[in-house]
Write a protein that binds this ligand. Structure first.
Ligand code: F6R
Length: 265
């Protein structure tokens, strides 16, 4: 099996792994390292987490380390990127449920330290809840690491393609959003039919994502190849949200498998 290779695409560090398992293991390694460094230094580690198909193996790996006793979540605080709106936490399609299934129920993380935006807040209270989420992250000292996936339209969290200037886009707070048609089409996989897809969500803002002390972008599979190439090699534009990661390239690592890296040249 060939080893990983590191590319420098403009200012961005991109590591290409032999397969998705190896890329996921590398993401888990980096998260475990952040916990090992931040807890003794600051008394806690603050992790920004993603849902979706891509990070499932990362969570399996972290859960296996916790079970083996080599990683503890006792001093970890987590903030998830997004949640559908409205949705109940016990709905199997909610991201709260996803996190419970994939990570929270498998590790020693205190429930009151695991933050997922609340899909049950009344509509009139949603903006206040979103603003509070940003304040909680800031009160926790900011994110030590943010794990990201990338949508086929380049979204990060549910920060969808936009006509804002890059500077305006980079300043967006946590808020309610309408999902983009590509995101809704991809969500049919989970929801079963186009009519069943919940068209709105609460998402962590671009501002908070870009402020994380380190950022791991994990992308695997051939469907991500075109947008990965556009984000890394096209213009920095809010039309391709992940391209904004290049404005903070020194703290971002892109972990890819071969198929996702196929169009990087
Ligand atoms: C999920 C999230 C999204 C996903 C992206 C990729 O919390 O914020 O940005 O990371 O849609 O999803 P998958 O991994 O299912 O291809």
């Amino acid at each position: 099996m060939p080893a990983e290779r590191t590319l420098h695409v403009a200012d961005s560090t991109v590591i290409v792994f032999p397969d998705a398992d190896a890329a996921s293991r590398a993401a888990a390694d980096r998260i475990a390292r952040v916990v090992a460094e931040a807890v003794p230094a600051r008394g806690k580690a603050v992790l920004g987490l993603a849902t979706g198909a891509t990070p499932e193996k990362v969570y399996d790996d972290l859960a296996a380390r916790a079970k083996a006793g080599s990683l503890s979540f006792r001093h970890v605080v987590t903030y998830n990127l997004d949640e559908y709106y409205p949705i109940q936490p016990l709905d199997p399609l909610s991201y709260r449920y996803y996190m419970h299934r994939n990570l929270f129920s498998r590790v020693d993380l205190a429930p009151n330290r695991a933050h997922v935006l609340d899909g049950t807040v009344p509509e009139a209270a949603a903006a206040g809840h979103a603003a509070e989420f940003d304040r909680w992250i800031e009160a926790d000292g900011g994110l030590d690491v943010q794990l990201l996936g990338i949508g086929r339209n380049g979204h990060i969290g549910f920060n969808e393609p936009s006509e804002l200037s890059p500077a305006e886009f980079a300043d967006l707070p946590t808020r309610m959003v309408d999902l983009h048609p590509v995101t809704k089409a991809d969500a049919v996989r989970e929801f079963g039919s186009p009519d069943a897809v919940i068209p709105r969500a609460l998402t962590m803002g671009v501002r908070q994502i870009l402020a994380a002390r380190s950022i791991i972008m994990l992308a695997t599979g051939p469907k991500k190849a075109p947008i990965v190439a556009q984000a890394l090699k096209g213009p920095v534009t809010a039309a391709v949200p992940a391209s904004l990661l290049r404005t903070v390239a020194d703290k971002v690592v892109w972990l890819l498998d071969g198929p996702a890296a196929a169009e990087l040249g």
